[in-house]
Design a protein around this ligand. Structure first.
Ligand code: SAH
Length: 248
C-alpha cells in the first residue's frame, strides 16, 4: 500500500533538498520518488543528504512535466503553504488528507506533490492536482523547508497507514467503483471542452469556466463507472456520432 504512495518534487533547485526528502520518505516507509525537471540531478549533494536513503534516490524517476508524473494516480494532493483562489477541494488538516490518501492507495497509485523552494507550484500545476493540503503553521512564518514539508506529510501518511482498519487488506474494489486516474479525468475534461465549443456554449477555450468545472467534478468525485456514463452522454451530444441509420 505504501508502495502506491508517490512523492513528486517539482523543479527542485537545491539537490540537497532532494536527498533530504528521500531520507524523510524512507524513514516513513515511502520509496516512490518522482522528480519533475530537477535543476541538478543526480548530484553528490543529493546523495550526501540522503544519508542511507540512496536507494530511494537511485530509483527516482525524472520526468518532464507534472502531468507525466501523476497521470496514473487517482488522487493527487498538492502541498501548498498559501491558499489559492483555485476552487479545488482543500484539506486543512494533513491527518484527514492522509487517511483518505491511504484508503485510495489500497487499490491505486496516489501522489503528494511539492513545489519549488522559491515559488511553490504554479496555478497550472495545481490544476493537475485533485486536492490541496496545507500544513498548519505559524501564521507569521508558515513556510517550511521543502524536505521538512515532505517529512511532515510522509509522517501523517505513515500514521494513517498504521491506523488503517484491520479489515482493509480486503478484496480489491471492482474497477468501475474506483476513482478515475488523472489521465481519465483529463480526457473527460478535454471531451467536455470539445462538446462545449462545438455546441457554441464556449466560443473559445475559456480557462476560467474550465477550471470551475474541473473543481466541480473534483468535488463530485465520480467513480470510473459514472465517468464512463458522462463520456457516453457527451458522445451522444456530438453531432457526428449518430450515423444515418440511428436517426430513423
Ligand atoms: N515560496 C514558496 C514556498 C515554497 S516551500 C511559496 O510561497 O509557495 C517549498 C514547498 O514546500 C512548497 O511548494 C510546498 O509544497 C511545501 N510547503 C512548505 N510549507 C508548507 C506548508 N505550510 N504547507 C504545505 N506545504 C508546504
Amino acid at each position: 500500500m505504501l508502495a502506491n504512495i508517490r512523492i513528486v518534487l517539482v523543479q527542485t533547485f537545491h539537490p540537497g533538498n532532494i536527498g533530504a526528502s528521500a531520507r524523510a520518505m524512507k524513514t516513513m516507509g515511502l520509496t516512490d520518488l518522482v522528480l519533475v525537471n530537477p535543476r541538478c540531478f543526480p548530484d553528490p549533494e543529493a546523495s550526501r543528504l540522503a544519508a542511507g536513503a540512496e536507494d530511494v534516490i537511485d530509483s527516482a524517476r525524472v520526468v518532464a512535466s507534472l502531468a507525466d508524473a501523476v497521470s496514473d494516480c487517482v488522487q493527487v494532493v498538492g502541498a501548498s503553504a498559501r491558499l489559492r483562489s483555485l476552487p479545488l477541494p482543500h484539506f486543512d488538516e494533513p491527518e484527514t488528507m492522509a487517511s483518505e490518501l491511504v484508503s485510495h492507495a489500497v487499490d491505486d497509485p496516489v501522489a503528494l506533490v511539492f513545489g519549488r523552494e522559491r515559488s511553490g507550484l504554479t496555478n497550472g500545476e495545481i490544476r493537475c492536482c485533485s486536492h490541496q493540503v496545507s500544513i498548519p503553521a505559524n501564521p507569521d512564518y508558515g513556510i517550511l523547508n521543502l524536505s521538512q514539508a515532505v517529512q511532515v506529510l510522509a509522517y501523517e501518511t505513515f500514521k494513517a497507514w498504521r491506523q488503517r482498519p484491520e479489515n482493509d487488506h480486503h478484496q480489491p474494489r471492482p474497477a468501475e467503483e474506483r476513482q478515475p486516474t488523472r489521465e481519465q479525468m483529463e480526457h473527460f475534461h478535454d471531451h467536455l471542452s470539445r462538446v462545449m465549443q462545438a455546441s457554441g456554449f464556449l466560443t473559445q477555450p475559456h480557462a476560467c469556466t474550465q477550471t470551475q468545472l474541473q473543481a466541480l467534478f473534483a468535488r463530485a468525485r465520480p467513480s470510473r463507472k459514472e465517468l464512463s456514463l458522462l463520456r457516453g452522454l457527451l458522445r451522444s451530444l456530438e453531432p457526428d456520432t449518430t450515423d444515418a441509420s440511428d436517426r430513423s
